[in-house]
Design a protein around this ligand. Structure first.
Ligand SMILES: [Zn+2]
Ligand SMILES: [Zn+2]
Length: 137
């Protein structure tokens, strides 16, 4: 059974044919823009396992980590759905909030805690990384 999800309006849909490799909560400054002030929650999956349908629009930017990031979102409803770094082309990030079942996997680490605002709420049970840790795989 593939893992499925999509954007809020349904124009973008995806299927993931392999198990996720991990999940992280990210407090980098850019994620705060995407998540309306909070952190993003990101499922990391093998890039070759992802099939996307619909008019995914992308936005490229060099992240604080120095990685060349491509973020994918729906041009109709604005939901951010995917992310990928040129430096880790074997991985694809799926925004956890877009999963049909967000309970699939919770985050296992909190990253970019140095960039979080003073009021940020973080899970004390998870490892914290001040900046970008090594890739999950
Ligand atoms: Zn949409
Ligand atoms: Zn981030």
């Amino acid at each position: 059974m593939p893992i499925t999800g999509g954007c809020l309006c349904g124009a973008i849909r995806y299927a993931i044919s392999k198990p996720p490799l991990g999940s992280r909560t990210c407090w980098c400054r850019l994620c705060q823009y995407l998540a309306s002030g909070s952190a993003t929650v990101n499922l990391i999956v093998p890039a070759d396992a992802v099939t996307i349908t619909g008019p995914l629009k992308t936005f490229d930017r060099i992240a604080d980590s120095g990685n060349h990031m491509t973020r994918g979102f729906c041009p109709d409803c604005g939901t951010h759905v995917t992310s990928a770094a040129a430096e880790t082309g074997h991985l694809r990030v799926i925004r956890t909030g877009t999963l049909d079942d967000p309970n699939l996997m919770g985050p296992q680490a909190t990253i970019w805690t140095d960039m979080a605002p003073h009021w940020a709420s973080m899970n004390p049970d998870l490892p914290k990384h001040a900046k970008q840790p090594p890739p999950v795989a």
